[in-house]
Unconditional design. Structure first.
Lengths: 115, 114
């Protein structure tokens, strides 16, 4: 079955450490997205990518980095510069959107906590 | 910048009854798309229903329907014959036709009482 796989499900970070969250999709979607969800908040966009080797900052990109070397993969690195990384992270994908009502499809998420 | 407001942090409904969740948005654009997503305790985001701004007819998906009022910038979700499995966080989202970015509201937590 096609879908989006995020791993790990739970992740712990030590102070000063970079960690990478994995996101893989087999839906043949061009666009991929990373969101952060905090309690009582909606989803906020961190980064998104419309095609391979290209990505754009979202609303809260500081302290995060991404790469898009393959169509299927869009890993997110939470760097030590992100001072409050504890949150639930959701990855999504969609066909190229623009003038289209194509929805985004979401993975099951990764919960990141500070040790 | 576009914003999405869900004014009801929590709602409750009796099983088999009907409930309406509110959503308003702010935009200066005329062409856009609106979505309702459901997030059950499993935390996965599931698309419930979508609406194109250029369509006057309200979208319907089985027990879920919307009341889209473009002039008022309102996009409410009606759930009929509520079931226990409908209990979840519900998020309203907006996307301009000129952007790849989804803008989410803060969500409404729906409880379904047996």
């Amino acid at each position: 079955d096609g879908g989006i796989t995020q791993s790990p499900k739970y992740l712990f970070r030590k102070e000063g450490q970079n960690v990478t969250l994995s996101c893989e999709q087999n839906l043949n979607h061009d666009a991929m997205y990373w969101y952060r969800q905090d309690p009582g908040q909606g989803l906020r966009l961190i980064y998104y990518s419309q095609i391979v080797n290209d990505f754009q900052k979202g609303d809260i990109a500081e302290g995060y980095s991404v790469s898009r070397e393959k169509k299927e993969s869009f890993p997110l690195t939470v760097t030590s510069a992100q001072k409050n990384p504890t949150a639930f992270y959701l990855c999504a994908s969609s066909p190229r959107q623009g003038p289209s009502n194509q929805p985004q499809h979401f993975g099951d998420g990764t919960r990141l906590s500070i040790l | 910048a576009q914003t999405v407001t869900q004014s009801q942090p929590e709602m409750s409904v009796q099983e088999a009854e009907t409930v309406t969740l509110s959503c308003t948005y702010d935009t200066s654009e005329s062409d856009y798309y609106l979505f309702w997503y459901k997030q059950p305790p499993s935390r996965q985001m599931i698309l419930v229903i979508r609406q194109e701004a250029y369509k006057q007819q309200n979208a319907t998906e089985n027990r879920f329907s919307v009341n889209f009022q473009k002039a008022a910038k309102s996009f409410s979700l009606k759930i009929s014959d509520s079931q226990l499995g409908d209990a979840a966080m519900y998020f309203c989202a907006y996307r301009s036709s000129r952007s790849e970015k989804l803008v989410f509201g803060k969500g409404t937590k729906l409880t379904v009482n047996p």
